[in-house]
Design a binder for this molecule. Sequence first.
Ligand SMILES: *Cc1c(COP(=O)(O)O)cnc(C)c1O
Length: 387
Amino acid sequence: MEYELILRMIRDRFGAGEGDFVPLHAPTFSGNEKKYLDECIDSTFVSSVGAFVDRFERDIAEYTGARRAVVCVSGTNALHMALMLASVERDDEVLTQSLSFIATCNAISYIGAHPVFIDVDYDTMGLSPAALREWLEKHTVKDAGNVLRNKSTGRRVKSVVPMHTFGHPCRIDEIASICDEYCLELVEDAAESIGSFYKGKHTGTFGRIGAISFNGNKTITTGGGGMLLFNDEKLADLAKHLTTQAKVPSRWEFIHDHIGYNYRMPNINAALGCAQLEEISGFLASKRKTAEIYREFFASEPGGIKFMAEPTESVSNYWLNAIAFPTREERDRFLQYSNDHGVMTRPIWELMWHLPMFEHCERDSQTNTVLLADTIVNLPSSVKLES
Ligand SMILES: *Cc1c(COP(=O)(O)O)cnc(C)c1O
């Protein structure tokens, strides 16, 4: 296949001329962003107190169907807090995928817990319930105190952190029922999947805790920011308390009853988030249209490049579109060509066990993980509003 044809199709979609750079994912500010930011500044409430923080939490809860939502400074903070709320402790093991952005493993490491890498499904690119079950059956045992332990390390296996890769939902209901069966806490890394639904339910709401990111490259952005999703009011109250320095309510006294965190999103970021969320249906429609253009193009393409369409029973937000090349060599040639010619593309993240911090972590066969890591390329996926 002529790579030039692919780049021409991408430039056409984004209305980019020959010499224009096409980014992978740029934010779009087309609604009330400036108005709400002005309101923040005029009111002087730009920091950790303000009406937009409460509103953003309510709006996200309503949008996702979570009972409660609690803002954080970043998606990474939200994941860290989520794991603490899941009672993950130092030296516990957390089952996750090595096909993820580094933040998932970093959050596990902040606690002093150990990631164990389970393979992903090829079609969803997210944690495989079959691989999860196989690892649990082979490698764990319940001790006399009914604690699930890794037979070889003796460590407690406490939690499972699946990730909805590029916005495609993984088989989260099956993963949730395995977690129930083994008494494992499900923490959903829904950082990339606002606007993605599995069997009609929003990602991040299948367990007791989920985490979303609003970093600048995500589907909607607050500049930097994250959100915890809860179905449990008490846990949400605790999250609110811990993310705000665990301060006991008082008009003037500084009493704190726990080691807390300054993880609360400032009002100015929440203002941006409220405006962005108002626009989300248009954003998602645009991203879906881009995905359709890509899907059709590669369906009739003779080079064996496969478009990674949304999995069955899912609605994907198509955060980052992905294609799979037949070989790593072809993938590399395309990455070189497209980036040399002003169209930003990138491979999937370096696998976690290729990085020095996580190279000693236990892992299963990683068959699909390695196949995807060798062949996937992300294509430009910014929102393109019709003018
Ligand atoms: C973006 C992302 C995060 C972290 O979000 P930040 O807001 O950048 O801290 C976590 N996990 C995954 C999979 C992500 O893509």
